[in-house]
Design a protein around this ligand. Structure first.
Ligand code: FES
Length: 108
C-alpha cells in the first residue's frame, strides 16, 4: 500500500448506487460514490454554496445537490446543471482488502 493512500471506508458500506460522506482531520469532507462497482471520490461540498452533496441522490455517475438542483459527475467533478459552474475536486481511490483507500494529496 502506497503511503499516500489512507483508509476511507469498508467496501461493504458502499453498495452500487450509494454515496457516503467521510471526514478526515484538516481536510474538507469527501463524498465516496459507487458507480456500478467503481469507487469515486469528490469533494462533498457543492461549489455553488456550502451544501453537502451526501444529501442528494446518485443517478448513474451524477449526484444532485439538494439545495439548488445542480448535478455533478463523480467521475470528472464537472457540474452539468446551473447554478453551479465550478467543478468539484476529484481524488484517486483504490480498493484493497475489502476496504476503500483514498489519496487526499493527488488530485486527478
Ligand atoms: S448549493 Fe448546490 S447548487 Fe446551490
Amino acid at each position: 500500500m502506497e503511503s499516500s493512500y489512507i483508509f476511507a471506508a469498508k467496501l461493504a458500506e458502499l453498495k452500487p448506487g450509494q454515496t457516503k460522506k467521510v471526514c478526515f482531520p484538516e481536510h474538507r469532507p469527501i463524498l465516496l460514490a459507487n458507480v456500478e462497482g467503481e469507487i469515486y471520490a469528490v469533494d462533498d461540498t457543492c461549489t455553488h454554496e456550502d451544501s453537502s452533496l451526501a444529501l442528494g441522490c446518485l443517478r448513474a455517475d451524477k449526484v444532485k445537490c439538494t439545495l439548488h438542483g445542480s448535478w455533478f459527475s463523480v467521475i470528472t467533478g464537472e457540474p452539468s446543471e446551473e447554478p453551479a459552474d465550478e467543478a468539484l475536486n476529484c481524488y484517486p481511490t483504490k480498493v484493497e482488502n475489502d476496504a476503500i483507500w483514498i489519496s487526499l494529496t493527488a488530485k486527478i
